[in-house]
Design a protein around this ligand. Structure first.
Ligand code: PEP
Ligand code: MG
Length: 556
C-alpha cells in the first residue's frame, strides 16, 4: 500500500467504519476565497439573492443542531439562527452591494457594521460579536462552496476529521451520522476520546496530516489498529467482520464478575440525564462517574441550587432501585474544561492551577451549593447517591470534603488523580468511604505529560508501569481498609487493562456505556488468579508495549 493512502495515529475506540471524510476547519480556506468568482452575479440583486440563500442555509444548520440538544445550548443556537437571518444585517449587506462592493466584501462590511454597533452597546450584546463573526465565516463558506467551519450539523454519514474537538463542538453529535472521529491532536485520554467512547464510534487521535485530506474522500477508519486508509479495497468486508464481532460481544448481559465468580462492579460514566438513560439500558450496576461540569460548559452564570437539583435528579432518576447507585462528582471545572462561572481566567499553567476541588478554596459557597443540590436530588429521587471530589491532593482536603458530604447524609469519596493522593491512599481512606482512580489525570500528573499533547501520547498511556504502581498502591490500601476502590478513567474501558486492574484489587470499573459489554465479556473469561498474574506482569514490564504483549500472551 502506498504510504500516502495510510495514515497512522493512536488507537482509541475500537471498531471499523467506512464513510466520506468531513474535514472540520476553523476558518474558510484562503484558496477558496481567492478562487471565488464575483462576476457570476449579474447585478446587486442577484448577489443579494445568493446571500439570502447562504444565510438561510446557515440558519437552518443552527436550527437542526438546536433540535438535537436542550436547555441553554438550544437557546443559544436558536438565537444564532435568528441573527443569521437578521433583517438589519441583510440591509447592511444590500447597501454595500448597491454601493458597488463585491459580495464577500459586502458581507464582511455588513457584519463589521453590526460588530461596531454591538460593541458600543456593551454587556450581553457585545458578547454576541463572536457569534456575528462565526456567522460571517459560515455564510462565506457557503458562498465559496466549502463546508461551514466548525462541526456544524452533518446530515449524511461521514467520518469527522478535525485538528481537535472541544467538548462544546461535540455536544449533540449523532452517532448514526458521524460514524467515526479522526483528529490530528489529542491522546488516548483527550476529550475527543471520551466523547467517542460515549458515542460508541471508532476513534483514532494523533493522526498527522489528517486535516489535509480532501473533503469527501472515502475513509476506512480502524479504531483498534489506529489506522485511517484512503484506498482500502476490502472496506466493506472489514466493516461487516467488525459488526459481526461487535454482535458477539453484545451478548454479554452482566453482572460483572471474573470467570470464577468474583464480583466486580461494572458501572457507567455519564454526562447528563440523556446519557444516563442510555447507560441505564446497558448491563451496569450504576454510575461510577457523573461528570457534573459537562452540564454547564455553556453557562456564564452559576445555576441556582434548585436548577442544579433538577439536572442531577434527571441522572439519579435513571438509576433508582435494583441495588444500583450513582457516584456524582463535584464540579471539575478548569484546565481543559472551562466553565464560565467557576474557572479562574489567565492561569499560566491551568492543569496545575485552580481546578476541581481547588475552586472551593476561594469560593466555598460554590461547592456548598452544589452539595445542597446533590443532596436535594438524592432525597427527591430516593436513588443511592455517593459524592466524590476531583483533584484532591492532601489528606486535609479529603477530611474537609468528607465532613461536608457526611453532614448531608451521603457517602463521601475522593478521586485519586494526583500522585500524592495515591501515595497516601491509606490515610485518605481514614476520611472517606471510597476512592475512585481517575487514570486520565493520574497518568498526566505521574508522567508530567499533558493529556492533550499528541507528541507525548507514548507517555500519557495508563499502561506506564509507574502509573500502574500507583494504582496498585491505592488498590492495596482499599483492600486493607476493606473499602471500595474503583477506576473511572479511560483505563477501565480497555478490556485487557481491566483484567490487570481487577488483579490488583480494584472493585469497580466505570466506563462509557459502549465499553461495558467488551469489558464485561473479557473479564467473564478470566479467573482472578490469572488477573493477578496479569497485574504482576504489567507491573514488571519495562514499558507499556511490553506490558500489553505480556498480558495478551497470558490471557490469550
Ligand atoms: C480522570 O482524570 O481519569 C477522570 C476520570 O476525570 P476527567 O477525565 O473528567 O478529568
Ligand atoms: Mg480527571
Amino acid at each position: 500500500m502506498a504510504t500516502d493512502t495510510l495514515l497512522r495515529g493512536t488507537p482509541v475506540v475500537p471498531g471499523v467504519a467506512f464513510a466520506p471524510a468531513l474535514v472540520v476547519r476553523a476558518e474558510v480556506s484562503p484558496e477558496a476565497v481567492a478562487r471565488f468568482d464575483t462576476s457570476q452575479y449579474a447585478d446587486a440583486e442577484a448577489a443579494l439573492a445568493a446571500y439570502d440563500q447562504a444565510a438561510q442555509a446557515v440558519a437552518d444548520g443552527f436550527l437542526r443542531k438546536a433540535a438535537g440538544v436542550s436547555g441553554d445550548a438550544a437557546k443559544v443556537l436558536t438565537a444564532s439562527a435568528g441573527l443569521a437571518r437578521d433583517k438589519g444585517l441583510r440591509g447592511a449587506v444590500s447597501k454595500h452591494l448597491r454601493g458597488g462592493d463585491d459580495l464577500l466584501a459586502s458581507v464582511h462590511a455588513g457584519v463589521e457594521q453590526f460588530v461596531t454597533v454591538f460593541t458600543g452597546m456593551g454587556g450581553l450584546m457585545a458578547e454576541r460579536v463572536t457569534d456575528l463573526r462565526d456567522i460571517e465565516r459560515r455564510i462565506t463558506a457557503h458562498l465559496v462552496g466549502e463546508p461551514e467551519p466548525g462541526v456544524g450539523a452533518p446530515e449524511a454519514p461521514c467520518v469527522l476529521v478535525a485538528e481537535d474537538l472541544a467538548p462544546s463542538d461535540t455536544a449533540g453529535l449523532d452517532p448514526a451520522v458521524v460514524l467515526a472521529l479522526v483528529t490530528e491532536r489529542g491522546g488516548p485520554t483527550s476529550h475527543t476520546a471520551i466523547i467517542a467512547r460515549q458515542l460508541a464510534i471508532p476513534c483514532v487521535v494523533g493522526v498527522g496530516g489528517a486535516t489535509a485530506l480532501a473533503n469527501g474522500t472515502p475513509l476506512l477508519v480502524d479504531g483498534a489498529a489506529g489506522t485511517v486508509e484512503t484506498d482500502a479495497a476490502d472496506a466493506e468486508a472489514r466493516v461487516a467482520a467488525d459488526a459481526e464481532q461487535r454482535a458477539a460481544l453484545a451478548a454479554w448481559e452482566g453482572p460483572g464478575r471474573t470467570a470464577d465468580g468474583v464480583p466486580v462492579k461494572i458501572l457507567a460514566n455519564v454526562a447528563d440525564a440523556e446519557s444516563a438513560r442510555r447507560a441505564a439500558s446497558a448491563p451496569v450496576q450504576g454510575v461510577g462517574l457523573f461528570r457534573t461540569e459537562l452540564c454547564f460548559l455553556n453557562r456564564k452564570e452559576e445555576p441556582s441550587a434548585e436548577e442544579q437539583a433538577s439536572i442531577y435528579g434527571g441522572v439519579l432518576d435513571a438509576f433508582h432501585g435494583g441495588g444500583r447507585y450513582v457516584v456524582v462528582r463535584t464540579l471539575d471545572a478548569g484546565s481543559d474544561k472551562p466553565v464560565g462561572f467557576a474557572t479562574h481566567d489567565g492561569e499560566e499553567n491551568p492543569a496545575l492551577g485552580v481546578r476541581g476541588l481547588r475552586l472551593s478554596f476561594d469560593n466555598p459557597g460554590l461547592m456548598d451549593r452544589q452539595l445542597d443540590a446533590i443532596a436535594a436530588a438524592a432525597a427527591a429521587t430516593g436513588t443511592e447517591t455517593w459524592v466524590m471530589a476531583p483533584m484532591v491532593a492532601t489528606v486535609a482536603e479529603a477530611h474537609e470534603f468528607a465532613g461536608k458530604v457526611h453532614a448531608r447524609g451521603l457517602k463521601a469519596g475522593v478521586m485519586v488523580e494526583v500522585p500524592s493522593a495515591a501515595l497516601l491512599a491509606h490515610r485518605m481512606l481514614e476520611a472517606v468511604d471510597f476512592l475512585s482512580i481517575g487514570t486520565n489525570d493520574l497518568t498526566q500528573y505521574t508522567m508530567a505529560a499533558d493529556r492533550m499533547a499528541t507528541d507525548l501520547a507514548h507517555l500519557t498511556d495508563p499502561w506506564q508501569p509507574a502509573v500502574l504502581q500507583l494504582i496498585a498502591i491505592t488498590a492495596e490500601a482499599g483492600r486493607q481498609a476493606r473499602k471500595p476502590v474503583g477506576v473511572c478513567g479511560e483505563a477501565a474501558a480497555d478490556p485487557l487493562l481491566a483484567c490487570v486492574l481487577v488483579g490488583m484489587g480494584i472493585t469497580s470499573l466505570s466506563m462509557a456505556a459502549a465499553a461495558v459489554r467488551p469489558v464485561g465479556a473479557r473479564l467473564a473469561g478470566v479467573p482472578l488468579d490469572l488477573c493477578e498474574e496479569a497485574a504482576e506482569a504489567a507491573l514488571a514490564a519495562s514499558d507499556p508495549g511490553a506490558g500489553r504483549t505480556a498480558v495478551r500472551e497470558l490471557l490469550g
